[in-house]
Design a protein around this ligand. Structure first.
Ligand code: COA
Length: 159
């Protein structure tokens, strides 16, 4: 049984993230979407809100659970016996940061291997901050996020 962990801020989860989760669920026995409580980013949504949105977005996917974690991701991976860390690569620009993070994570937990998956091409330009920005100006984000996330964005950010 191979458990994979897909960590991120998910502020909020987008269809690009969900696409990666679905791909990971085809490859591994269990997938834990791990929502980081503490992050260097100032988040628009609380940890409970981010977890709730991720749960809604992943509701149709079997063998996928959504959990929050605090502290080092590699400790959470060890606690959950996850041998694979999944990260998405959208473009070359993602690579440098991901390369650094994978190296540090390997140093912190040598038992877990980082695996990179590419989202579908039509989702490769999406990011949480872009989605938030479009929503804050009243733009339609329906193609980029789950319906419940769209509603949450409209309630939280619409000016
Ligand atoms: N589809 C859409 N957007 C995607 C994406 C995809 N497939 N993959 C990445 N992104 C976007 C995110 O939306 C986010 O966009 P934003 O910056 O506009 O909000 C950006 O890419 C990066 O986000 P994400 O993939 O969520 O990574 P992150 O940098 O927010 O998360 C953690 C980093 C939380 C995994 C990392 O900081 C961590 O593990 N923290 C815990 C503490 C720790 O262990 N630190 C040591 C790390 S070596």
């Amino acid at each position: 049984m191979i458990t994979a962990i897909y960590p991120g801020t998910f502020d909020p989860i987008t269809n690009g993230h969900s696409d990666i989760v679905a791909r990971a669920a085809c490859l591994f026995d269990n997938v834990i979407v791990a929502v980081a409580k503490s992050t260097s980013k100032t988040t628009a949504f609380t940890i409970d809100e981010r977890v709730a949105m991720a749960r809604e977005a992943c509701a149709g996917l079997e063998r996928v659970e959504v959990r929050s974690f605090d502290g080092l991701m590699t400790n959470f991976a060890r606690e959950r016996q996850a041998k694979v860390i999944v990260r998405g690569l959208r473009a070359v620009s993602d690579f440098e940061n991901e390369f650094q993070m994978a190296g540090m994570n390997r140093h912190l937990n040598n038992e877990a291997e980082t695996v990179f998956l590419m989202p579908a091409e039509h989702l490769s330009f999406i990011s949480s901050s872009l989605v938030r920005e479009v929503a804050s100006y009243g733009g339609d984000v329906g193609n980029f996020v789950h319906e419940s996330v769209k509603t949450a964005l409209q309630e939280r950010l619409a000016r």
